[in-house]
Structures are given as structure tokens and as C-alpha cells.
Write a protein that binds this ligand. Structure first.
Ligand SMILES: Nc1ncnc2c1ncn2[C@@H]1O[C@H](COP(=O)(O)OP(=O)(O)OP(=O)(O)O)[C@@H](O)[C@H]1O
Length: 126
């Protein structure tokens, strides 16, 4: 029973650290802040155009994917700067790989955004 309680407490603590990390990212990281602002704009757009449930699911997945990878990219940059603060070709490559991963996700998110909103925008009655 004690072992089970320890497991639950350690998982709860893990959740608290994760929420703290998410708030820190939002508070301190301009790249994550920009993605959060874009996400809020997309949520307003979804409400405005009254997109379908399936479109909300796709949009939410795209937002989650980009924000998660942006957070992971920030963590990788921090590790890289911590273990090797000076200029090094390998550090540059590691950072470029991490940024490239965000780029893939952002590209997919843009494509999803176009697929969702293009039909609504062309059918808009002004
Ligand atoms: N220590 C380093 N050694 C070699 N190249 C580096 C180093 N630091 C950064 N670079 C190069 O500069 C690029 C930008 O690095 P930086 O750490 O400023 O990331 P950033 O994407 O501008 O950060 P942020 O996402 O926080 O705006 C890297 O992708 C890499 O090519």
C-alpha cells in the first residue's frame, strides 16, 4: 500500500513540475509566447467560422504538436548552452536539428490551417 501511495505521490509531483515547466515556457520564452498567441488567434478563428468537431480536433492536435516541439526545442537549446556555452559546430548542428523538428511541425500546422479555413474564407459573404 505504501509503495502504491509513493507511486501516486511521485506521479502527482511529476504533474506539478510539468505544469510549472509549461508556465515557465509561456512566461520566459518568446518563441513559445508567439506560438501561444497564434494558438489563441486560431481558437478565435475556429469560433468565428464555427468549424466542425473534426476540424477542432485537427486544429487542437496541430497547436499541441507545435507548442510541444517548441518547448522541447527550448529545452535542447538550454542543454546545449549549458554543456557547451562556447561556439562549436556540433552545438550548432544540434540546435539546427531541433529547430528543424519545429519547422516540420509548423509546416504541417500551416497546411492543416489552410485545409480547414480556405473553404470558409472563399465562401465568406461580405
Ligand atoms: N554555441 C553555438 N555553436 C555553434 N552554433 C551556434 C551556437 N549557438 C547557436 N548557434 C547557431 O545559431 C542558431 C541560433 O541559435 P540560438 O541559440 O540563438 O537559437 P534561436 O533559434 O535563435 O533561439 P530562440 O528559439 O530562443 O530564438 C543555431 O540554430 C545554430 O545554427
Amino acid at each position: 500500500m505504501k509503495k502504491k501511495n509513493n507511486f501516486i505521490i511521485s506521479r502527482l509531483k511529476g504533474g506539478v513540475y510539468a505544469v510549472k515547466g509549461a508556465f515557465l515556457l509561456l512566461k520566459t520564452e518568446p518563441s513559445v509566447q508567439v506560438q501561444a498567441i497564434i494558438a489563441i488567434c486560431m481558437i478565435f478563428a475556429g469560433c468565428y467560422f464555427n468549424i466542425s468537431k473534426e476540424e477542432w480536433i485537427l486544429q487542437t492536435l496541430a497547436i499541441g504538436l507545435v507548442m510541444s516541439l517548441e518547448g522541447a526545442n527550448t529545452a535542447i537549446e538550454e542543454i546545449a548552452d549549458f554543456i557547451h556555452p562556447d561556439f562549436h559546430q556540433k552545438i550548432g548542428l544540434i540546435k539546427d536539428f531541433a529547430a528543424g523538428a519545429v519547422f516540420f511541425a509548423a509546416l504541417v500546422a500551416v497546411i492543416i490551417g489552410i485545409l480547414i479555413y480556405y473553404p470558409y474564407i472563399v465562401n465568406i459573404n461580405l
